[in-house]
Write a protein that binds this ligand. Structure first.
Ligand code: HEM
Length: 305
C-alpha cells in the first residue's frame, strides 16, 4: 500500500482528535473575515522590494479566528487566536502574513507535530499512551516551551487587542539582493489587553465575533505591522524558539480593518508560504509543511460545500 504524505496524516489526525467538521477549516475553524486597507509608511523599502511595503495603500482581507479545529468549542476554550492577512497586490497577486497571539509553536519538525497528534488521539480514544507522551517530550524537549506558554496563556479581551506573531522567520530581499532575516508582529493600536481566566469563563459563545463587529461600528480597529530584525545567532529554522525581546523592531505600515464583513472570501486559503517578490520563506520545516496541510484542508472543506 502506498504511504500517505505526512501532511495528510497530520490533517487526518487533527480530524480524529477534534472531530470532522464538514465545510470548516481543519484548524482555526471558527472566525470572521473583513475587508481591510494596509497603508505602508515606506520604511520597509530599504529592506525589501515587495510592492506592498514601498509606501502607499493596498487592499487586504483579514480573518480573525479561534484556533480550535472544532467550531463548537466556546471562545474561552481556544485562548490562542489568529489573524490571517492577505494583501491584494495591484498586479492581481497576493502575499500573506498568518499570525497567532503566541510567539512560538509546539513542534520544530512535521514529524514531531504529527507524532504528538498521534499520542493526543490515544487520549481521545480513552486509552492514553502516557509513557509514549513522556517519551516524546524527552525526544522533543523543544516542545515544552510552547506547552508552558499555552498553559499560562490569557486570551485577548478582543480580537482587536491581541498581538499576533508570524512565529516563522522570513527573509526580506532588497534591490541589491541582500537578505535580511525578519519575523512579523501585528501590534494592536487599541493596546494589548487580556482577560483573566475568571472573566473569560463568563463569555458567551461567539462573543469575539459579536464584539469586533460592534467595535468596528464605533471606532477604527487597526494594527501596526512591525518587522523584528533577527540577529546573527537567532535561529531562522526553529519555530519553538522566540527571538530575544530586545531585537530591533521597525514599524512598516498600518492595517485598518474596515467595517465590511467579506464572508464570500472565507473560501480562501491563507497559505503562509504565499509571499511576493522581495520576500522569501526561511528554511523552517514547519512553515513549508503548512503549505501542504492548508491545501489538503482547503480541498476537503471546499469539496464539502
Ligand atoms: C504543523 C504545523 C501546522 C499545521 C499542520 C497547521 C494546520 C492548519 C490547517 C489545516 C489550517 C486550515 C487551513 C485552511 O483550511 O485554509 C490552519 C489554519 C491556521 N493556522 Fe495552522 N497549522 C500549523 C502551524 C501553524 C502555526 C505555526 C501558526 C502560527 C502562525 C498557525 C496559524 C494558523 C492560523 C491563524 C490559521 C487560520 C488561517 C485562516 O484564517 O484561514 N498554524 N492550520
Amino acid at each position: 500500500m502506498e504511504k500517505k504524505p505526512l501532511a495528510e496524516t497530520a490533517v487526518d489526525r487533527m480530524e480524529k482528535v477534534f472531530g470532522e467538521h464538514r465545510e470548516y477549516r481543519r484548524a482555526h475553524a471558527r472566525g470572521v473575515i473583513y475587508e481591510a486597507i494596509f497603508s505602508a509608511n515606506g520604511l520597509g523599502a530599504e529592506y525589501t522590494t515587495a510592492t506592498h511595503l514601498q509606501g502607499g495603500e493596498v487592499k487586504a482581507l483579514a480573518r480573525f479566528s479561534h484556533s480550535s479545529p472544532d467550531p463548537t468549542w466556546t471562545d474561552v476554550m481556544s485562548p490562542v487566536k489568529g489573524l490571517a492577512v492577505q494583501f491584494l497586490l495591484p498586479d492581481g497577486g497576493i502575499t500573506n502574513i498568518v499570525g497567532v497571539n503566541s510567539p512560538i509553536f509546539l513542534a520544530k519538525t512535521p514529524e514531531a507535530f504529527t507524532k504528538i497528534l498521534g499520542v493526543v488521539t490515544s487520549f481521545k480514544k480513552g486509552k492514553p499512551r502516557l509513557r509514549e507522551l513522556a517519551k516524546l517530550l524527552i525526544q522533543y524537549p523543544e516542545s515544552r516551551a510552547a506547552i508552558k506558554i499555552v498553559q499560562k496563556m490569557h486570551a485577548p479581551a478582543s480580537f482587536a487587542t491581541g498581538r499576533y506573531h508570524s512565529i516563522h522567520a522570513f527573509y526580506f530581499i532588497d534591490k541589491d539582493g541582500n537578505r535580511l532575516p525578519i519575523k512579523y508582529e501585528w501590534e494592536p493600536d487599541a493596546g494589548v489587553e487580556t482577560l483573566t481566566p475568571k472573566d473569560a469563563g463568563s463569555l458567551p459563545f461567539g462573543y469575539y465575533e459579536w464584539e469586533i463587529e460592534d467595535r468596528l461600528q464605533k471606532e477604527p480597529v487597526s494594527f501596526r505591522l512591525n518587522i523584528v530584525i533577527g540577529g546573527e545567532e537567532d535561529p531562522t529554522d526553529d519555530p519553538t524558539v522566540a527571538w530575544p525581546e530586545e531585537r530591533h523592531k521597525l514599524t512598516v505600515g498600518t492595517l485598518t480593518i474596515l467595517p465590511k464583513p467579506a464572508p464570500e472570501a472565507d473560501e480562501r486559503k491563507f497559505d503562509p508560504t504565499a509571499v511576493t517578490e522581495g520576500i522569501e520563506c526561511s528554511e523552517d520545516q514547519i512553515l513549508h509543511f503548512r503549505k501542504a496541510a492548508y491545501s489538503i484542508s482547503e480541498e476537503r472543506r471546499n469539496s464539502e460545500k
